[in-house]
Write a protein that binds this ligand. Structure first.
Ligand SMILES: Cc1cc2nc3c(=O)[nH]c(=O)nc-3n(C[C@H](O)[C@H](O)[C@H](O)COP(=O)(O)OP(=O)(O)OC[C@H]3O[C@@H](n4cnc5c(N)ncnc54)[C@H](O)[C@@H]3O)c2cc1C
Length: 569
């Protein structure tokens, strides 16, 4: 059980949920120029930028509450038969078309060449060289197991659409409504102005659009709900039709276009580059730049295979130190600096620093800094991160997938709405080709469905978070076994023999919340919650992707850059 693993969050929950008062801290004989709260990409980038701005000899302490650095950017390693198989435990894609100059410059300094990564990239989220996207209807939800080869709820796949839909285990009326829906080409808003259409599309949920304008039955529209779970942490019934154009769901053919979806692509990954362990490689490269002794000889060309020496993370003679399993519980401005109190192994400890950067989740900041202005604390609480799950399952081999000629599948009825074999990311010293006959990780990707989609997205996230935290490893194990048995069993897959390992990456505080059409107002410039939340407070500045109200890695970096730039000289 990784991600937010047991031991990582209890102190923060005691502080935030129960208002726990901690004993008077012991003052450590340590003084820093900068303390960073949170060892994710934003915190590591803040340390990196601080050394540029305030000098390479700056003394920096990074405090992180997990037992590993990287925040969401974590890797899963599987060691089997003398081989290491990698998968991502959280943050995966480098969404390079959206990078700012700041992000491009940082990656260049770390030696990351996007073109080189693209040359080694042949993964494609189910649209790789092995088979095309497929959909698995499971017996528990739909009465019988049915694998529809080549069908994806996003637009694309084979032309033999009707024959595929005929095999869907739903009512005949629902199947007919789907066939008609895909066959239509018209503009359901003919005669309306662009502004009127935009207003309608941003105020109706996608599933309501499917029913009202697409003619789908309730049952047929419900098939699309899970498609957005892994991306937004809520179903397509809680997102606007307009947002689902961006998610490449079929809609354009009813808006006067010949194509079905917004991008015309089937690959939900879009234009991305990737390391074999996702953006854990970025976190590792940043840490290596801050503490070279942690991985001597490593660089962007071999970082995926580099072994990190964790004994080097927190050495007194190193200008930069990273302390794991350290939950910060208070940050205060004091004369000419700040003081930071944290809990490590039941000890309550305090250090002084000239500056502090809070690169942690915003929702905890009001509890760390109770003296911040009320309006700022309220704005920080607005940020309710999206719960996500990424479960990696190591299979003995790919035989069953190959027999069925698929590389993954969408699972509209299951906890994880999609799964993909993780192969074909041959970069940074790592190789795992599609024709490799050995063990293969399969990534299961999704979120917990909240019971009531009429609640606001942020309320749904809170409920999903509680449900997720209450789930045991056995719950996830049962889930992946049920799906693999139903989907691959007919191709000879045996869950007893062929599942070698399972790693659950549970992220109750996953993607940063970005504002949604159906649930958030339009704020005037400068008045959106994240803009109020991230204001500097004395010697304390605020980073994390939350500060951009946008989940991406490049936002975490941009926000680190801004935060360090806001620190007083
Ligand atoms: C499953 C998953 C998949 C993702 N995929 C992508 C992707 O493909 N592409 C992409 O660009 N982005 C992706 N993201 C978004 C990801 O959040 C960002 O890319 C980026 O990693 C965020 O970095 P961060 O440093 O802002 O936050 P985080 O990674 O959340 O780091 C903050 C750290 O602060 C720690 N912390 C919190 N409170 C305290 C405290 N009181 N004391 C000490 N430490 C504390 C947290 O535990 C955490 O480790 C994904 C996220 C998830 C969860």
């Amino acid at each position: 059980m990784r991600g937010s693993h047991p031991g990582a969050f209890e102190t923060a929950h005691a502080l935030a949920r129960e208002g726990k008062k901690f004993p008077e801290p012991e003052d450590l004989d340590e003084e820093y120029d900068l303390v960073v709260v949170g060892g994710g990409i934003s915190g590591l980038a803040a340390a990196y930028y601080y050394r540029k701005q305030f000098g390479a000899d700056s003394r920096i302490l990074i405090l992180e509450n997990h037992d590993d650095f990287g925040g969401h950017a974590k890797r899963n390693e599987f060691h089997q038969g003398g081989q290491m198989r990698l998968s991502w435990g959280g943050t995966m894609n480098l969404e390079f078309p959206m990078f700012s100059d700041t992000v491009n410059a940082l990656l260049a300094e770390l030696g990351v060449d996007i073109n080189e990564l693209l040359q080694g990239y042949d993964f494609g989220y189910g649209a790789g060289p092995k088979g095309s996207p497929s959909t698995f209807f499971d017996a528990e939800t739909y009465g019988r197991n049915e694998l529809i080869h080549g069908y994806s709820f996003r637009a694309g796949g084979s032309d033999d659409w009707d024959a595929m839909i005929d095999r869907f285990p739903v009512s005949e009326e629902s199947r007919e409504s789907l066939k008609k829906f895909y066959a239509r080409r018209e503009n359901v808003f003919a005669g309306k102005s662009e502004a009127e259409v935009s207003e309608i599309l941003s105020s109706i949920s996608y599933t309501d659009f499917l029913k009202q304008y697409g003619g789908l039955t309730d049952q047929a529209a419900a098939l699309f709900i899970k498609t957005t779970h892994g991306y937004e942490g809520v179903g397509a019934d809680s997102l606007s039709a307009s947002e689902c154009i961006g998610a490449s769901l079929p809609i354009m053919h009813l808006l006067g276009h010949s194509r079905l979806s917004g991008s015309g692509e089937d690959d939900p990954g879009g234009d991305v580059a990737m390391f074999p362990d996702g953006n854990a490689s970025i976190a590792r490269l940043l840490l290596k730049a801050l503490i070279p002794a942690v991985a001597p000889g490593s660089n962007a060309g071999n970082i995926a295979m580099a072994r990190f020496d964790y004994s080097q993370l927190d050495q007194a003679d190193s200008p930069v130190r990273l302390r794991l399993e350290s939950s910060v519980v208070n940050v205060s401005n004091i004369d000419a600096g700040s003081s930071v109190t944290y809990v490590n192994q039941d000890q309550v400890l305090r250090v002084k620093s000239r500056h502090t950067v809070l690169a942690c989740y915003h929702v905890i900041i009001p509890h760390l800094c109770p003296e911040m202005p009320l309006e700022q604390k309220e704005a920080q609480k607005y940020q309710v991160k999206r719960p996500l799950i990424l479960t990696n399952v190591l299979l003995r081999d790919s035989k069953a997938f190959d027999t069925l000629d698929i590389s993954g599948a969408y699972c509209p009825g299951r906890l994880h709405g999609a799964l993909w074999q993780v192969k074909g990311v041959n970069t940074a010293g790592y190789r795992h080709d599609w024709d490799d006959a050995g063990p293969v990780p399969v990534m299961f990707w999704g979120s917990v469905a909240p019971p009531d989609a009429s609640l606001t997205a942020r309320e749904q996230h809170r409920i999903s978070r509680s449900l997720l935290l209450a789930m045991s490893f056995e719950d996830f194990e049962r889930e992946v076994r049920t799906v693999l048995d139903g989907m691959l069993g007919p191709a000879g897959f045996d869950v007893q023999k062929d599942i070698l390992a399972i790693t659950v990456n549970r992220w109750p505080h996953g993607y940063s919340y970005n504002y949604l059409d159906l649930w958030d107002p339009d704020w005037p410039d400068g008045q959106a919650p994240h803009e109020i939340a991230r204001q500097p407070f004395g010697n304390i500045a605020i980073a994390n992707s939350d500060a951009g109200a946008n989940a991406y890695t490049h936002v975490a970096i941009d926000e680190a850059w801004r935060a360090v730039g806001e620190l007083p000289a």
